[in-house]
Design a protein around this ligand. Structure first.
Ligand code: SAM
Ligand code: SF4
Length: 331
């Protein structure tokens, strides 16, 4: 699939639920968000059908997200269906890690290729503040379980802000001893949590500043600076720029949607848990694949996906705030 700007679109992020067992401050308001009613959420078989049609059109890689995808009942069945599709090369998942230790083995058995685990601090108290009540131990157990069952690569997603108390160098050092790929992501103005009132451009740490900060710390501890990885990047490297400390097993990546946006290389469509296809994370424009499927069947979905593809904007134009929260879109 090619969009109007000549970009190849072969990656789809599918949100399987808007429910979450955490309440991260940058992702959703403290009171949570109004949940989509049960009837409006796509059934597992419906998600699989839409994904199959998308794969016929050219989607090759799928990432499952949420809300928290591991709270969705039937997630293993979905992974099995998707990974069995001939033209799908990989099925990955982004999780907060809380339920990962319990589910890692079943996910691997179902055919999951890779996991990204989101974690913004290594301090249990700060973790509880950022997630409004989450347990860091659970996430650590989840990371260990992901290694134990053999997921590779395993990436840690760290959303970076000035206002939260985060030790970025401690995260970077996690790449030294294990093949763990730590990726720092600039906090984005999505949802009401990303509206002018709650999100501020001053809170965003540009990746260039963060690299310098990490390198200064690394030099002072005799570790030496990060070197850019040109070859041998972690599989599914996407929009991150990767670096490595000498002799490290893992890498340190930087995703800079704001300070150095990568819209020209955008390769994706997104679908929400209620079956709305979004051409761009930052835009409220959506195309209703759920109604298309329920009313018009597979041909309706094909048409909807083509319309969404044709509507992909050239770039996000630094829009601030969206109607849906990040937890409803899937990141
Ligand atoms: N619950 C799962 C998790 O946290 O990994 C999957 C859904 S979450 C919405 C997907 C990713 O979006 C996570 O890595 C999360 O840290 C990230 N995210 C959420 N809000 C964000 C924001 N405002 N800016 C940048 N990334 C954000
Ligand atoms: Fe939940 Fe993930 Fe959003 Fe945190 S970032 S509130 S874990 S959906």
């Amino acid at each position: 699939m090619q969009d109007c700007f000549g970009r190849t679109i072969d990656y789809m992020r599918i949100s399987v639920t808007d429910r979450c067992n955490l309440r991260c401050v940058y992702c959703m308001p403290a009171e949570g968000v109004q949940q989509i009613s049960h009837d409006e959420i796509l059934r597992i078989e419906e998600i699989a059908t839409i994904a199959r049609i998308a794969s016929d059109l050219g989607i090759r890689r799928i990432r499952l997200t949420g809300g928290e995808p591991l709270v969705r009942r039937g997630i293993e069945d979905l992974i099995y269906s998707l990974s069995s599709l001939d033209s799908i090369e990989s099925v990955a998942l982004t999780t907060n890690g809380i339920l990962l230790s319990a589910k890692a083995e079943a996910l691997k058995q179902a055919g999951l290729s890779r996991v990204n685990i989101s974690l913004d601090t290594l301090d249990p108290q700060v973790f509880s503040q950022i997630t409004r009540g989450g347990s860091l131990d659970k996430v650590r157990e989840g990371i260990d379980a992901a290694f134990a069952v053999g997921f590779d690569p395993i990436k840690l997603n760290v959303v970076t802000t000035r206002s939260l108390d985060q030790d970025f160098f401690a995260f970077a050092k996690l790449s030294l001893d294990r093949p763990l790929h730590v990726r720092f992501i600039e906090c984005m103005p999505i949802g009401a949590a990303g509206s002018e009132a709650r999100w501020s451009s001053e809170d965003v740490i540009p990746s260039s500043e963060l690299i310098e900060h990490i390198n200064n710390k690394a030099r002072s501890q005799g570790i030496g600076p990060l070197h850019e990885v040109v070859e041998d990047k972690p599989v599914g490297w996407g929009p991150a720029r990767y670096y490595r400390f000498d002799k490290a097993f893992g890498t340190v990546g930087f995703i800079s949607p704001l300070s150095n946006h990568f819209c020209a290389q955008c390769n994706r469509l997104r679908m929400t848990a209620d079956g709305q296809v979004r051409p761009c994370l930052f835009s409220d424009q959506e195309f209703d694949a759920k109604t298309a499927l329920r009313r018009y069947g597979e041909e309706g979905v094909r048409k909807t996906l083509s319309q969404a593809l044709a509507s992909k904007p050239d770039e996000h134009h630094f829009r601030v705030g969206t109607l849906r929260q990040m937890s409803q879109i899937g990141g």
